[in-house]
Design a binder for this molecule. Structure first.
Ligand code: ASP
Ligand code: ASP
Length: 366
């Protein structure tokens, strides 16, 4: 069974094919209007979202399928204390494919272990957001014509911003890419993420604290919102919330062909006056999201075994825990809430320094 939990679950060739399908759908949507007739998508949003959920639902409706689900966990049995594992075991009997979002990191992995149908991760805590990344990649292909040789500036909350993590993982596979990481020290990219996807691959990268010093060298500026809901203290959020604000004056420092992306929603990090600039492509980016999700739903349904009344359970094969007795220290990890879930750790890197939690990937140093 194919799932999409992390963007790297797809090869670069598969991403190219998804982009080709999305282009074809954009060109002739009617051709696909019946492609999922009789199929049901369940959208399980344990963490509230409007945009991502609507984008999945609109994608499935555009393919002639139907949708059911919930849009926040207070209207699901999670509120009564039901585990993710049980919710998924039940819902996967009612739907042909599931898109889920959960505030806890690693929750989609548990879902994949207990489902009968493909799982799409629509965001897990500050961890991953692969369908936003597919949206971002389709946008980059359309706006820049290529992935190779681009200098990508990521600005704002690089610590908790899951769209940043997934985009770095995806872009790190293309030749000649460079990253410029623009954030306050407190919201810097987690070290493990930087080690694995940038440093270990020898990708040129520089960190800076101000937008002004980076603007002139970028092909893409990826702005993000400071992720208020992931902060341990409101005070800390208040102190950091206005760290970066993109204005027309700062845009004047950028190249004429740079593009500005943002996964949305925006708070105040982009002055609305920038919207008029043709280089601002965040609303076009939202438009692309529907079509790449259509392509993804088609692909996963096709690969899940057509017409089988009782598909097999699609368990990923979890490796043995390498660190008996340890407990994950990440307050956002799914192990903090999911009953009966065994702790599992893997060595953090090839050098064998430290460990990481199998579910949320947070570093653990015994
Ligand atoms: N979390 C945001 C919202 O509620 C964006 C998203 O879901 O993608 O709209
Ligand atoms: N919509 C994106 C997400 O769900 C970005 C954001 O919420 O800031 O992660």
């Amino acid at each position: 069974m194919r799932h999409l939990l992390n963007i790297l679950d797809l090869t670069a060739e598969e991403i190219d094919r998804l982009i080709a399908t999305a282009d074809d759908i954009m060109e002739d949507p009617e051709k696909y209007g019946d492609a999922c007739r009789g199929k049901i998508l369940a959208t399980l949003f344990f963490e509230p979202s409007t945009r991502t959920r609507l984008s999945f639902e609109s994608a499935m409706l555009g393919l002639g399928g139907r949708v059911l689900g919930f849009s926040d966990s207070s209207s699901s049995s999670a509120r009564k204390g039901e585990s993710v594992a049980d919710t998924i075991a039940v819902v996967s009997a009612y739907a042909d494919i599931i898109a889920m979002r959960h505030p806890k990191e690693g929750a989609p992995l548990i879902a994949a272990e207990h489902t009968r149908v493909p799982i799409i991760n629509g965001g897990d805590g500050g961890h991953w957001h692969p369908t936003q990344t597919l949206t971002d990649l389709l946008t980059i292909r359309h706006e820049k014509g290529r992935f190779e040789g681009l200098t990508v500036g990521l600005c704002g909350d690089l610590k908790f911003g899951r769209t940043v993590h997934s985009l770095i993982e995806a872009m790190s596979r293309y030749a000649g890419v460079r990253f410029v990481l623009i954030s306050p020290q407190e919201l810097a990219l987690p070290a493990l993420e930087k080690d694995r996807y940038i440093d270990a691959k020898g990708i040129p990268c520089r960190e800076c604290r101000s937008l002004e010093e980076a603007m002139g060298e970028l092909d893409i500026l990826y702005m993000t919102r400071i992720q208020r809901e992931r902060f341990a203290s409101e005070e800390e959020y208040q102190r950091l919330k206005d760290s970066y604000i993109l204005t027309p004056e700062k845009m004047a420092l950028a190249r004429g062909d740079m593009i500005v992306m943002h996964p949305l929603p925006r708070v105040n990090e982009i002055d609305p006056a920038v919207d008029e600039d043709p280089r601002a492509c965040y609303f076009r980016q939202a438009y692309y999201g529907r079509y790449i999700r259509m392509a993804l739903i088609l692909k996963l349904l096709e690969e899940s075994g057509k017409g089988k009344a009782v598909p097999d359970k699609g368990h990923p094969h979890f490796p043995e825990n390498t660190l008996p007795g340890a407990v994950c220290q990440n307050p956002h990890c799914i192990t903090t809430t999911e009953q009966g879930l065994p702790q599992r750790f893997l060595p953090a890197g090839p050098e064998g320094k430290g460990y990481r939690c199998l579910y949320c990937e947070a570093e653990y140093t015994p």
